[in-house]
Design a binder for this molecule. Structure first.
Ligand code: UGA
Length: 437
């Protein structure tokens, strides 16, 4: 099949590469010449384990191409995927659909034979209707079906998530489009990935509902962690015990500093706005958003408490800045509000992260980025683990402690990644999340 993927961002690049790897002929279109040059040179502009090799091998095999020419990519495509960004609109938290509608306008004149136009971007309910309206407006003769096919991949495990999905959601009533979509996902169907065909609006909502539910699940365990600290219980065991119930499931029950990233915060807010506008407010999700916002500052106060209530003029070492491990993404990273609160309380921050793009945020310009964890620990009254990068589990704890202020060797583990006995055995005062027993 011939595929045009409009947008070489996270979802676009991963999807284009995986579809090429299935044997389809894929043209990935982007407007950014630097991005295209990077990709044509066999490098990838994002951090995603395994992706660079896959891009290279499929490009070399002649199945994956990068282009800025929307017209020719669309003209020869059986399927055009729209995988452009839907950022949060400044000020009001609604999804900004400018790029989606612009892409619809650009592809419209080039739709000749029957083409399936698929929205992969996360979009509010009704966006597919508007994309179809735009296409018919620009090109009344266009033969196409507009389909919603939301993507459920996670940063850091995107290829695995794409190739072994829990499900594929395809929102369309058009029979022809359904069979073309079945064909494009053929190799996955052979792996028994279930396809759920729904209406277009239902598919659009399913994506938001899934993300909001996961955000709610995380927020639930985070609040439970706070309660564990008060009543002398252990959130790890509570989560394990809950997760053994197949109706609950054990995933996304890790207590921590609050969820971040480019999806959960943005999508939950966009969903609550959409629900309010539909006179059907989602109060659980609204509360989830509010709790998560407050949680990051609460985590900073936890660090301050662990330092005896005073951090002015004292050094605090931060381990991990990205919103989760295996990504360089700093969008909505909990580290930013945590660091902001610590800076406002007068602390001096030195941080280490294996991948974070440091200049990404103004707050990060006020801190010192260190080349390794030991440098971040130098003279520190406390260390706070904000992101559970694997490499932190093999830290030389003696060396780490010796770097710190001998009068205060506090380690606040906001991800519960360490064994408490091992840390206290190495001479630290250990503070975790929800481990009150
Ligand atoms: C999320 C969803 O998991 C994907 O299914 C979805 O496709 C994607 O959004 C999207 O909409 O594009 P992602 O943002 O890459 O994926 O990251 P997650 O692994 O879901 O983590 C989100 C946040 O929740 C991170 O800050 C993570 O640290 C936090 N988290 C996750 C917890 O605090 N506890 C957990 O148990 C799990």
């Amino acid at each position: 099949m011939h595929i045009a993927m409009i947008g070489a961002g996270y979802v676009g690049l991963v999807s284009a590469t995986c579809f090429a790897d299935f044997g389809h002929d894929v043209v990935c279109v982007d407007k950014d010449p630097n991005r295209l040059n990077t990709l044509r040179g066999g490098k990838i502009p994002i951090y995603e384990p395994g992706l660079e090799e896959l891009v290279k091998s499929n490009a070399e095999a002649g199945r994956l191409h990068f282009s800025d020419d929307v017209g020719s990519a669309t003209g020869r495509a059986d399927i055009v995927f729209l995988a452009v960004g839907t950022p949060s609109r400044h000020g009001d938290g609604y999804a900004d659909l400018t790029f989606v509608y612009e892409a619809a306008r650009e592809i419209a004149p080039h739709l000749s034979d029957f083409t399936v136009v698929v929205t992969k971007s996360t979009v509010p309910v009704g966006t597919g209707d508007e994309v179809e309206r735009i296409i018919r407006d620009v090109n009344p003769a266009a033969q196409c079906a507009v389909v919603s096919n939301p993507e459920f991949l996670r940063e850091g495990s995107a290829i695995e998530d794409f190739k072994k999905p829990d499900r594929i959601i395809i929102g369309t009533d058009d029979q022809r489009a359904q069979s073309i979509m079945e064909e494009v996902y053929g190799p996955l169907c052979a792996n028994e990935a279930p396809i759920l065909f729904t209406g277009r609006r239902t598919a659009e909502l399913t994506k938001y509902a899934s993300n909001a539910f996961l955000a709610m699940k995380i927020t639930f365990i985070n609040e439970m962690a706070d309660l564990c600290e008060r009543v002398g219980a252990d959130v790890l065991s509570v989560a394990r015990g809950m997760g053994m119930d197949a109706r609950i499931g054990d995933r996304f029950l890790q207590a921590g500093p609050g969820y971040g990233g480019s999806c959960f915060p943005k999508d939950s807010t966009a969903l609550t706005n959409m629900a309010q506008d539909s006179d059907s407010p989602l109060r659980l999700v609204e509360t989830t958003v509010a709790i998560n916002d407050q949680r990051r500052r609460a985590m900073a106060r936890k660090v301050i408490r662990a330092c005896g209530g005073r951090v002015r003029g004292r050094r605090i070492g931060i381990l991990g800045l990205t919103f989760k491990p295996d990504t360089d993404d700093m969008r909505e990273a909990p580290s930013i509000p945590i660091i902001r609160t610590l800076l406002d309380a007068g602390a001096i921050i030195r941080a280490y992260d294996p991948a974070a793009v440091a200049g990404a945020n103004n707050t990060l310009r006020e801190i010192e980025i260190c080349p390794d964890p030991y440098a971040a620990a130098e003279g520190a009254a406390a260390l706070a683990v904000i992101t559970d990068w694997d490499e932190f589990s093999s830290l030389d704890l003696d060396r780490l402690r010796r770097q710190m202020d001998p009068a205060s060797t506090v380690l606040v583990d906001l991800r519960n990644m360490f064994d408490p006995a091992r840390i206290t055995g190495a001479g630290f005062v250990y503070e975790a999340v929800g481990r009150g027993d």
